[in-house]
Design a binder for this molecule. Sequence first.
Ligand code: COA
Length: 266
Amino acid sequence: MTLAYPEHLNNLLLERADAIAVLTLNRPKVLNALNTETLDELRRTILALKHDETVRAVILTGAGEKAFAAGADINELAVQSPSGGRDHAIRGQHVLDLIEQMGKPVIAAINGYALGGGCELAMACTLRLAADTAKLGQPEINLGIVPGYAGTQRLARLVGRGRALEVLLTGEAIDAQEAYRLGLVNRVVPAAELMAEARTLAATLAAKAPIAVRYIIDAVNKGLQMPFAEAQVYEATLFGLIASTEDMREGTRAFLEKRKAAFKGK
Ligand code: COA
């Protein structure tokens, strides 16, 4: 199944080449703040990327040198009603869930501030590379609000309860090295090398067997939401299912024939 890409994007840039898509949040004047239109464009683009078989890995980054995304758009937050706020959070959570469940690796290339919704967005990605100049955090507490795009949940799962509560309750921005120490980002690289590093990692992942990649992402994410025994059964089912793929035969045969496997996603 394929799904058409949005014909026009006001707040995102999309570039596709060699199985890798680069999706750039493009509102640099407001540090790529996530307003409703941007989130909706993300939703539609992510769905199209998910269903595009030629795309095997995605890089998500921010335009400009300062920010990945400095959070939800505070202009919208400032005027929201209780029911509007609930709807807003559910809409944002849905978009981030789509990223987490895209079934392809999504690499957040964190090129600057990733605050509030920006940090939540990065946490929904499969892996996070941070420029050494990046700053991450959940400053909602300083606005008198709470995170709404599942930040309280993903942060606690990523870095543990105690560390998550410290980040969430102090609202302080932490630098890339500290984020690495906490386990919030996978790697820290010099800012000038961030995109090259992200592309190299994306190319490495794009060359893996796509169905196995999808199952691993799914097993980790869904398994974490299940009791351990059920999660093991789920893993075993995927382990059995993968035996139906041509790529499984290709991967094992290539090893025995001492050559590099050529995976087709079948
Ligand atoms: N929503 C809307 N606009 C935002 C924004 C957001 N989350 N973050 C930054 N902007 C806007 C600023 O209002 C400013 O607009 P202006 O030029 O019209 O005044 C522009 O982006 C540049 O930001 P500025 O604050 O001048 O940059 P800075 O380098 O001095 O500070 C930050 C950078 C990230 C520390 C600061 O912008 C900030 O604290 N942003 C809010 C972060 C936040 O609380 N996010 C969570 C939201 S739930």
